[in-house]
Design a protein around this ligand. Structure first.
Ligand SMILES: *[C@@H]1O[C@H](CO)[C@@H](O)[C@H](O)[C@H]1NC(C)=O
Ligand SMILES: *[C@@H]1O[C@H](CO)[C@@H](O)[C@H](O)[C@H]1NC(C)=O
Ligand SMILES: *[C@@H]1O[C@H](CO)[C@@H](O)[C@H](O)[C@H]1NC(C)=O
Ligand SMILES: *[C@@H]1O[C@H](CO)[C@@H](O)[C@H](O)[C@H]1NC(C)=O
Ligand SMILES: *[C@@H]1O[C@H](CO)[C@@H](O)[C@H](O)[C@H]1NC(C)=O
Ligand SMILES: *[C@@H]1O[C@H](CO)[C@@H](O)[C@H](O)[C@H]1NC(C)=O
Ligand SMILES: *[C@@H]1O[C@H](CO)[C@@H](O)[C@H](O)[C@H]1NC(C)=O
Ligand SMILES: *[C@@H]1O[C@H](CO)[C@@H](O)[C@H](O)[C@H]1NC(C)=O
Ligand SMILES: *[C@@H]1O[C@H](CO)[C@@H](O)[C@H](O)[C@H]1NC(C)=O
Length: 609
């Protein structure tokens, strides 16, 4: 891209003379006798400015869903942030419309709601990047007074487009891509970029193309855009590499297969259902909106969750109030999580501010038997609150079980099963989501236990998608935070591995991650064993939970698990094993394996919705 820019700069002088001419302003004529009444086409658009680096913002202004842009643009994820100047193809429904008695104009009608500070000119140039002009907006909205616009007013913005004529169709021109001719462009560079020819472009647009004119690039099929590579390793590659290890566990590859198929199916399915869903949206807004509605908030909220609408149940705030006795203290489970009763079932309901709702975006991408399942959500636009409704797990958190409930202690075998469950859940978010998700807050109080004492990871409130980022804002829980994150803010999957190591220590020792003097368990562990359990075998008894000692468990087995914990707690993140290796090592632990097979346990099946 930089190289290209450099080239453009070299040829800048050639184009200077053209800049002085005013662009074509009122729109592009069409003749309904020559073209189809309406067609599907695309506009080329580049992400610019801080407000457009989120695909949701762009899909918002063009009234399409994010996957509808992601698919033709060759984007691998609808949620990852865009980079400046990232190229996109925006789908448009192009029609030929009567402008006055003598002229018909060709454009895609987009509804836009006027916000504070908007003018026809600014919206056309800044938001739509000159894919329309204010003169054309005035023609299309004859009843509006451009100098007197109300906030909240609906305006049609005519995005310039053209449908191929019968002749063009016969010549294999299936699309005329709308493209705003940039001051540094020339026709031949456009032709090669889009896989068209100089002649075809000149035939379609004339030879007097001026900068900031919208031109129509004739192509037989949409060119494939080369997108900047995401930071994570491509999924396919990783899966094959790990295949041998994962397959024995009966988990993993199936997950990503199902995931990809679902995603693929989703796109195809969504396009056909788009209309239907738009109706659903309106219904949903009606149910939740107050008399004093705020259009902007709702529109952006809906863009954020638009992908969840057909996946999760949308609850009404009244339902949740009834379920939790208006969020009464007595229903409080912990933090801001309430227990609610709806339709004959218990649910855990988490209340948060909308801007903290990152969790919903992460959860819509993950689905695994060892992650707490999201059932639905609710957005209360009156106070911009967001509620997530999860499955309710009967046996509470691992923390409570280990450290607070002195009567019902967990057996060694249950503890190992819990360790494997957590490891499986982490392996899934680390290996099978794109971009990878780092939980960032693995600790015993975020591990929940169901009726069968199987463990599920909860609370993705701090989770981050994308890897190897550096953050300035340190979050997490003392005693579990990896040293490199604390000192340098490095976010990677290896920080979850570290925290998992601490949870293993808790399971083995029955002690809390931080003792009453504020000393971290892992520090104490380090001091005692100095990275080598074998050598300090005699200290083992003092470290193991007294309750387990009564169970006559095999020392070898405990040592095995201890050495996994040691590996997880390595100070150098690159030396820590990956979750895949950990799952493998845990399951290989001999005792466990026989125990499991006797009981007919098997690694958790994936719950596919
Ligand atoms: C726009 O510019 C082209 C090329 O100069 C010209 O043929 C056309 O008439 C202009 N106006 C419209 C409404 O298309
Ligand atoms: C404009 O479109 C109408 C039908 O929508 C057609 O009858 C009329 O001839 C068109 N006028 C021009 C100038 O293309
Ligand atoms: C379109 O076709 C109709 C009848 O076939 C004709 O009356 C009209 O003039 C044509 N319009 C244009 C713009 O060619
Ligand atoms: C675009 O997204 C940012 C946050 O990513 C938000 O602050 C901004 O208001 C959005 N702009 C529009 C026009 O939706
Ligand atoms: C009709 O619209 C076209 C383009 O918007 C404009 O050039 C033309 O002057 C208009 N004609 C009349 C009679 O208003
Ligand atoms: C735009 O608004 C009009 C009238 O309010 C409506 O009929 C049309 O369906 C809307 N279009 C889109 C794409 O939302
Ligand atoms: C659109 O055109 C105006 C001038 O007409 C220019 O100032 C602005 O930068 C252009 N916008 C984009 C995104 O290129
Ligand atoms: C168009 O630009 C490309 C580089 O972007 C350059 O190689 C080519 O010579 C230019 N062509 C003309 C006719 O200016
Ligand atoms: C999509 O983009 C990637 C990354 O730029 C590229 O390697 C690939 O060839 C592109 N095309 C398709 C069809 O995926």
């Amino acid at each position: 891209m930089k190289l290209l820019l450099f080239f453009f700069l070299l040829h800048f002088q050639n184009s200077l003379s053209q800049i002085l001419l005013p662009p074509n302003t009122t729109g592009y004529a069409c003749n309904p006798n020559q073209t189809t009444p309406s067609c599907q086409t695309y506009a080329f658009f580049t992400a610019m400015g801080p407000n457009q680096l989120d695909l949701a913002n762009i899909s918002d202004i063009f009234s399409v869903s994010r996957p509808m842009i992601a698919k033709p643009s060759n984007l691998t994820s609808v949620t990852s942030p865009l980079v400046p100047n990232q190229p996109l193809f925006i789908p448009l429904t192009c029609t030929c419309n009567k402008a006055n008695t003598t002229t018909n104009l060709s454009y895609a009608k987009l509804n836009y709601t006027i916000k504070k500070g908007d003018t026809f000119y600014l919206v056309s140039t800044d938001l739509y990047h000159n894919l329309t002009t204010y003169q054309s907006v005035e023609i299309v909205n004859p009843t509006l007074v451009p100098t007197n616009l109300d906030i909240g007013q609906e305006v049609i913005f005519p995005i310039f487009c053209k449908c191929p004529t019968q002749t063009q169709l016969q010549n294999q021109v299936n699309y005329l891509i709308s493209y705003v001719f940039q001051p540094l462009d020339n026709v031949s560079s456009i032709a090669s970029r889009f896989g068209s020819t100089t002649k075809a472009i000149v035939d379609a647009n004339g030879d007097n193309i001026r900068p900031l004119d919208t031109i129509f690039v004739p192509v037989s099929r949409l060119p494939v855009l080369t997108q900047p590579t995401p930071t994570s390793v491509p999924l396919g590659q990783r899966s094959t590499e790990r295949k041998g290890k994962v397959i024995g566990l009966g988990i993993g590859l199936g997950v990503c297969g199902i995931f990809l198929i679902l995603m693929g199916g989703f796109w195809a399915y969504r396009e056909s259902l788009w209309k239907k869903r738009a109706d659903g949206k309106d219904k949903y807004i009606d149910r939740t909106r107050s008399s004093k509605r705020n259009d902007q908030v709702e529109v952006s909220l809906m863009a954020d969750v638009s992908d969840c609408l057909d996946k999760y149940k949308v609850y009404r705030i009244e339902e949740l109030n009834e379920a939790t006795d208006s969020f009464d203290e007595r229903c409080l489970i912990q933090g801001s999580v309430y227990k609610g009763y709806m339709d004959g079932k218990h649910y855990a309901i988490k209340k948060m501010k909308w801007n903290a709702c990152e969790e919903l975006k992460i959860l819509q991408k993950v689905n695994h038997g060892n992650l707490v399942m999201l059932e639905g959500f609710c957005i209360d636009s009156n106070n911009a609150n967001c509620y997530l409704v999860y499955e309710y797990l009967e046996n509470g958190s691992l923390y409570t079980r280990l450290h607070e409930s002195k009567t019902e202690r967990l057996s060694w075998r249950t503890r190992l099963q819990i360790a494997i469950d957590i490891a499986n859940g982490l392996q899934y978010i680390h290996e099978h989501t794109r971009p990878r998700v780092v939980h960032k807050d693995i600790k015993s109080s975020n591990i929940l236990l169901d009726a069968q004492m199987r463990a599920k990871i909860a609370n993705f409130g701090l989770a981050k998608s994308g890897c190897n980022a550096i953050t300035m804002h340190i979050v997490g829980t003392q005693g579990y935070i990896a040293p490199e994150y604390l000192s340098d803010g490095v976010v990677s999957t290896k920080m979850d591995v570290f925290s998992f190591g601490v949870v293993l220590l808790e399971l083995i020792s029955g002690r809390e991650a931080v003792d009453e003097n504020g000393k971290a368990l892992w520090v104490e562990f380090y001091e005692n064993f100095n990275g080598d359990v074998e050598k300090h075998k005699h200290k083992l008894k003092g470290f193991i939970d007294d309750f387990l000692l009564k169970e006559s468990i095999s020392t070898d087995n405990v040592m095995n698990i201890m050495s996994i914990a040691i590996a997880c707690l390595h100070k150098d993140p690159s030396k820590r094993p990956s979750m895949v290796d950990i799952v493998y090592a845990l399951c290989k632990s001999d005792d466990l394996f026989t125990d499991i097979s006797q009981d007919g346990f098997s690694p958790r099946q994936v719950i596919a919705r």
